[in-house]
Each structure stands twice: as C-alpha cells, then as structure tokens.
Ligand binder design. Structure first.
Ligand SMILES: Cc1cc2nc3c(=O)[nH]c(=O)nc-3n(C[C@H](O)[C@H](O)[C@H](O)COP(=O)(O)O)c2cc1C
Length: 168
C-alpha cells in the first residue's frame, strides 16, 4: 500500500481543511496518508509520494512551508511531489490562475524540487480568523468575506494527480 505525506502551511486554518480533504481523498483511493502542518517538521523519509501546499500572503507561501521545502529538498527531489496553493485570487479572479501558479516559481528555482502538478484552490476570508493587520489589508483591498473553498474541486484534483504521483 502506498504511503503519502501531505504537508501544509496555514495561518487561519483554511488550508488545513484543504490538506485534510486531499488526505481523505487519497485514503478513499486506498493509500495510507499522514497530513501534517509544516511547523511539525515531518520527516519525508519512507513516503512514496509527497503533497505540499500553503495559503498565501502577498503572493508568497507561508515561511514554515518554504523552510520545510528547503530543508527537505534533497529528499523531495527523489520522490514524486505535487504542490498546491490556496488563495483568494482563485475565488475572485480565477482567470488569473497563471499568476497564482507562478507564486511557486521562485521556490522551484531555489530548491530544484519540480512538482508533478500544482493545484490552485480558492480559499476563505473569515475576518475573525485573521489578525488585525491582515484585516486592515483585506479591508483596504475590499476583500469579500466568505469561505470559497470548493472541496469537490480539491477532491477532483487529488484524483487526477494521484497517477502523476505514481499512486494507483
Ligand atoms: C495580508 C493578506 C495577503 C493576501 N495575499 C494574497 C495573494 O497574494 N494572493 C491570493 O490569492 N490570496 C491572498 N490572500 C488570501 C489568503 O491566501 C486566503 O485568505 C487563504 O484562504 C488563507 O489561507 P490560510 O490562512 O490557510 O493561509 C491574502 C490574505 C491576506 C490576509
């Protein structure tokens, strides 16, 4: 049975829900899956495939996930790895998907980890889960409040990506 590690970074909790949905979808396909926050610094050794993703602030993955990716780049280069990015651009202006996909270009260049796929998912903005400085930025940007996560889209991407990760 294939073993998969899903690693994520979140500040509001939004991306944790998406990571859990990826894990649940893989489990229902017969895989053994661990879903871990990057802060826990999970060891990628012994997994057949890795899925790593983050919510974003100003076009950037969270520092915890970037650090985890850099620290484990050598291991990730030898195991199929997929990325996913969660943000409000995919909710408000999904036609800007190419710009969201490009958020991880610097990480790919810096670490040499080449993902087999990059999932792009709409996130959420529930002001009570965000810090005051974040709320002020969101107010200035006139961001709409709501949970825009589409768990069916997350499950569909996971199912499509599993064969690219060598999972069947
Ligand atoms: C200060 C700030 C900056 C943000 N910048 C972006 C951005 O550049 N692109 C984007 O798609 N979403 C952006 N977002 C939206 C978040 O990525 C979105 O709310 C996401 O669901 C947060 O998930 P997380 O809390 O799990 O990281 C931003 C949110 C905040 C508060």
């Amino acid at each position: 049975m294939s073993k998969v590690l899903v690693v994520y970074g979140t500040k509001s909790g939004c991306t944790a829900g998406i990571a859990e949905k990826i894990g649940e979808t893989l489990r229902s396909g017969g895989m053994t899956v661990d879903v871990k926050p990057a802060e826990e610094k999970p060891n990628p050794a012994g997994y057949d495939a890795i899925v790593v993703g983050s919510g974003v602030r100003a076009s950037n993955w969270h520092g915890s996930v970037k650090s985890w990716l850099s620290a484990n780049a050598d291991a990730l280069k030898s195991v199929p790895t997929a990325f996913f990015t969660v943000g409000l651009t995919m909710a408000a202006t999904p036609e800007k998907a190419d710009a969201v996909r490009a958020y991880t270009d610097p990480l790919i260049a810096e670490t040499g980890v080449t993902p087999v796929a990059i999932g792009l998912f709409a996130g959420s903005y529930e002001s009570k889960k965000f810090s005051l400085p974040e709320r002020l930025i969101m107010k200035a940007m006139k961001a709409e409040e709501g949970d825009f996560r589409d768990m069916d889209a997350v499950a569909a991407w996971t199912t499509e990506t599993a064969p690219l990760l060598g999972l069947s």
